[in-house]
Design a protein around this ligand. Structure first.
Ligand code: HEM
Length: 397
């Protein structure tokens, strides 16, 4: 495994050699979870990947589809199912555990750490949940062909089995279809909720930043209104808070390693065909050569008024800031994730004042190794309705 930890080398891998590094290394556990690699994130670069990615980007999570299924972002559909959320949480933890079988494929059948056994059980549990949700929804939809689509699952069901302009089926098997549901389900909830929890932790730790966010919300939304999606583009400081949270808290395994499809030279070093190259965004995001006081939570560095601010977008145009990756395999759900994080945070902070429980003054910032850096100790905070002044009750994130 070759590790790349500078923006210049990340650019070489992701942009200059994009044709060489278009396929991800599929860790053994990820293959177990993804119906043997049948999801966008794990498919090798090629026509199947392109067709499935197109379905996700253009049909399932396009801006039009998102507008049509606001209910999802307001807490409905799959994300509301407790067992599903628990299974996704366990999945991300297992995906982040280093597995000796990935380094030495010959050892895969021995499953020395027992990780594959646990993954297989969890994958079965997850499959039962997805299958039953799909079947239930299909039953609900019987005889209602003409109805307006309301959520992502219904949009996925509409897409299944339809051919695109080239005649290729958009999602030609139930397996591909379940892979697509998994792409939306696993990408959709866990990283976003984890980052929201981190944003709240940072804000509760810094009164000045919290005050600025709340003042901006009062100015843009108005004290007596509720947050609506059209407010989001005017919330510049909140946007900077979300970016700074992404900079500090994406997991160490943020970008899954990519495989060299052919030999090439990166930074003057020869990379043989088949080598795995890991772009370490965690290190890039914390390198003092890239960021002043990199361990400080300072949203100001992302403001448009700041000299460098405008070049850091979520698309990974600057190789210094890559929370959603960059290039061909950039996160296909980034628009949804960005809207979701901003909307949830804005609503929570505009409606409530948040305090730590009595006696808890020091916040815990330790995190777990994983695809997303989950908090070791979940944040517990108490919301007080901002305009009614009533006593709140504890909320565990
Ligand atoms: C805060 C939330 C999220 C974060 C931090 C995140 C992060 C990432 C990252 C770092 C990648 C790898 C990009 C690369 O290798 O260049 C990725 C890929 C991907 N993400 Fe996300 N993601 C999030 C939300 C979502 C959502 C909401 C969805 C779907 C609805 C999604 C679906 C995917 C898929 C399918 C891929 C694989 C794309 C491909 O290989 O072509 N993600 N994500």
């Amino acid at each position: 495994m070759i590790v790349v930890s500078s923006p210049a080398l990340a650019k070489e891998v992701i942009q200059a050699h994009k044709s060489t590094f278009s396929t991800r290394l599929a860790p053994v556990v990820a293959k177990i979870f993804s119906y043997d690699g049948n999801e966008v994130a794990m498919l090798p670069y090629g026509p199947d990947w392109a067709a499935m990615r197109k379905v996700l980007a253009r049909e399932v999570i396009s801006n039009q589809a998102l507008d049509a299924c606001r209910a999802l972002r307001e807490g409905a559909v799959l994300a509301g199912i407790r067992e599903y959320r628990q299974a996704i949480g366990e999945m991300t933890v297992l995906l982040g555990r280093p597995n000796v079988s990935d380094a030495f494929p010959l050892l895969t059948r021995f499953d020395l750490q027992g990780i594959q056994g646990q993954a297989t059980k969890l994958a079965k549990r997850f499959d039962c949940i997805i299958t039953s949700v799909i079947e239930r929804r299909l039953k609900d939809l019987e005889g209602k062909e003409g109805m307006v689509f309301k959520d992502l699952l219904q949009i996925l069901l509409q897409v299944q089995g339809r051919a695109d302009a080239t005649g290729r089926l958009l999602s030609d098997s139930f397996l591909h279809f379940k892979g697509l549901v998994l792409d939306v389900a696993s990408g959709g909830s866990d990283p976003a909720t984890t980052l929201i929890e981190w944003a709240m932790t940072e804000l509760l730790n810094d009164e000045k930043v919290m005050t600025k966010v709340v003042q901006e919300l009062d100015q843009v939304v108005g004290p007596n209104n509720v947050v609506e999606e059209h407010h989001l583009k005017e919330l510049n400081y909140l946007n900077a808070v979300v970016k700074e949270t992404c900079r500090l808290h994406v997991g160490i395994m943020g970008l899954t390693p990519r495989l060299a499809g052919q030999p090439c030279t990166i930074g003057g070093y020869h990379i043989p065909k088949g080598a795995a190259v890991f772009v370490n965004t965690w290190a890039i995001h914390r390198d003092p050569q890239n960021w002043a006081e990199p361990l400080q939570f300072r949203p100001e560095r992302f403001l448009d008024s700041c000299e460098d601010g405008p070049r850091f977008d979520f698309m990974g145009s600057s190789f210094q800031f890559l929370p959603f990756g960059s290039g061909r395999r950039v996160c296909v759900g980034l628009n949804l994730a960005e809207r979701l994080m901003k909307y949830v945070l804005a609503s929570m902070l505009h409606s409530f004042e948040w305090k730590l429980p009595d006696g808890e003054e020091k916040l815990d910032f330790s995190d777990k190794l994983g695809v997303v850096a989950k908090k070791v100790k979940p944040l517990v905070a108490i919301p007080f309705p901002r305009r009614l002044g009533k006593l709140g009750c504890e909320v565990q994130f």
